[in-house]
Design a protein around this ligand. Structure first.
Ligand SMILES: Cc1cc2nc3c(=O)[nH]c(=O)nc-3n(C[C@H](O)[C@H](O)[C@H](O)COP(=O)(O)OP(=O)(O)OC[C@H]3O[C@@H](n4cnc5c(N)ncnc54)[C@H](O)[C@@H]3O)c2cc1C
Length: 435
């Protein structure tokens, strides 16, 4: 009779979070098996990284590998209001408080995720692709048993890094959606998008509308990722096929029309639900949740990868310490507390974006440099270890938002509004490249 081998840790999902956790554990001598239901390379959205993400890549020893792949520099964020009223506002990472990185990069995830998965394998993790979890038969400290399409797997611990599939969150009924951050994203990659010069050079382009927002992310020398994130109300009201909505929205938004005047790309767009949720508690008997399997946050500030990589570091650290004798209950509590703290902070940052009072302050000609720098420090993803003075300035910013709500201290900003009934000349993207 063959006896099934028991691995130290099963990681579900070989995305950046799962691969990062696997490489850390394998390097520490832990017997890790990673399963992913997909094949690599594969398309994934989430292509713009924060300076804090860059530091996490450096710590993992993969930064040089990242920079050897096609990528584009990212020095800051250019925020406009859809029709150039008020002019764009610029926020540069060079203004970040402290010693953190002052710039970062964007890249296509197909490149990044393949490299991360291969590095986990090189580190000694066993990685099985096209291997999907079909059932979880036992979940306890020291005893995890699952069934996959390639046979059963046993392990002492499980890290769920299965992304928006939230394998364990669903199984345990833990997934809770945010009350109003319920958006839908329409996106594609294009050639020939006009990139800003001057102050906006090498910036992430963020265009705010009343009904949502656009991103424009240079991915390499020629390719740009363009996406439209629509509020659920627009998504429901619109009588346009979901795969045509990116072109529909671009044609009606002056900033995008201008930048996309010579763009070429697929006619139809991809679609993904962008509903913010969390699967709290983030650890339990036999398991740890990381990345999007733990929580998904509206991507406006590009926090996804930062949270995924930092969470991976925490969970891998817990498994390594447990293998050295630390108690499961202690490590579980540590992970839960850390994940809750960091997720709460990121949630507050995103909720701020959707607060019109915060927007008024962002566009205020009188905004003070020190508050702007505190905001940029959070925008850089420096949310795991906030220095006291930055924390105090952020509190001051919150106070100003509250004041703006009841007694405006600066002019009210109205973003551009798409009129649903308006006809618009179609844009020239129908000179499409093959998808
Ligand atoms: C519209 C949009 C824009 C975004 N923009 C950004 C951005 O600019 N910057 C940023 O940092 N983040 C961004 N994000 C977030 C980012 O995409 C995610 O945070 C990131 O991909 C999460 O990585 P992960 O490793 O947790 O999961 P994933 O990368 O999703 O990997 C999960 C893996 O698990 C596998 N899997 C799932 N279920 C199973 C199963 N049952 N069995 C086996 N394998 C399974 C999948 O095949 C997949 O490979 C954006 C997200 C959206 C929706």
């Amino acid at each position: 009779m063959s006896i099934e081998r028991t691995h130290d840790c099963l990681v579900v999902g070989a995305g950046p979070a799962g691969s990062a956790a696997a490489m850390e554990m394998a390097r520490a001598g832990i017997d890790v098996i990673v399963v992913d239901r997909g094949e690599f390379p594969r398309f994934r959205i989430g292509e713009s990284f924060l300076p804090r993400t860059k530091r996490a890549f450096r710590r993992l020893g993969v930064l040089d590998k990242c920079l050897a792949l096609p990528h584009a520099r990212k020095l800051g964020v250019e925020i406009s209001l859809g029709d150039w009223r008020h002019g764009p506002q610029y926020f540069y990472f060079r203004d970040v408080y402290g010693d953190g990185d002052k710039e970062t990069f964007n890249m296509a995830r197909a490149h990044l995720d393949l490299m991360m998965m291969e590095t986990a394998r090189e580190a000694g993790a066993e990685v099985r692709t096209s291997c999907a979890i079909e059932s979880i038969d036992r979940l306890d400290d020291g005893d995890v048993r699952v069934r996959t399409n390639q046979g059963p797997i046993r392990a002492r611990w499980m890290i769920d890094a299965s992304g928006q599939a939230t394998t364990l969150g669903r199984e345990l009924g833990q997934r809770r959606f945010h009350s109003f951050l319920r958006n839908v994203a329409y996106f594609e990659h294009f050639e020939g998008v006009i990139r800003p010069s001057g102050r906006g050079q090498n910036c992430f382009g963020l265009t705010i509308l009343d009904e949502g927002w656009f991103w424009m992310i240079p991915l390499d020398d020629t390719r740009t990722s363009v996406g439209f994130v629509a509020r659920e109300s627009l998504h429901r009201a619109l009588d346009v096929a979901p795969e045509d909505r990116l072109q529909w929205a671009i044609a009606r938004t002056p900033v995008l029309r201008e930048r996309m005047a010579n763009a070429r790309g697929p006619k139809k767009n991809r679609v993904i639900s962008d509903f913010t949720y969390r699967c709290d508690p983030f650890a339990g008997p036999g398991f740890f949740l990381i990345g999007d399997a733990a929580a998904f946050l509206d991507p406006v500030w590009s926090t996804g990868l930062t949270l995924g990589l930092l969470g991976a570091e925490q969970a891998a650290g817990s498994i390594i310490r447990m293998s050295q004798g630390s108690r499961a209950s202690i490590e579980r509590e540590r992970h839960r507390t850390w994940m809750k703290r960091i997720t709460d902070r990121a949630f507050r940052l995103v909720e701020g974006f959707y607060d019109p009072n915060f927007r008024d302050l962002l566009f205020s000609p009188n905004r003070t440099k020190s508050l702007e720098r505190a905001f940029v420090t959070l925008l850089a993803g420096e949310i795991d270890d906030i220095p006291l003075d930055v924390g105090l300035r952020c509190r001051a910013l919150q106070g100003l938002c509250a004041l703006q709500r009841v007694r405006p201290i600066t002019g009210r900003i109205r973003p551009f509004r798409i009129r649903l009934a308006d006809a618009a000349e179609p844009i020239g993207i129908e000179k499409a490249l093959p998808a």
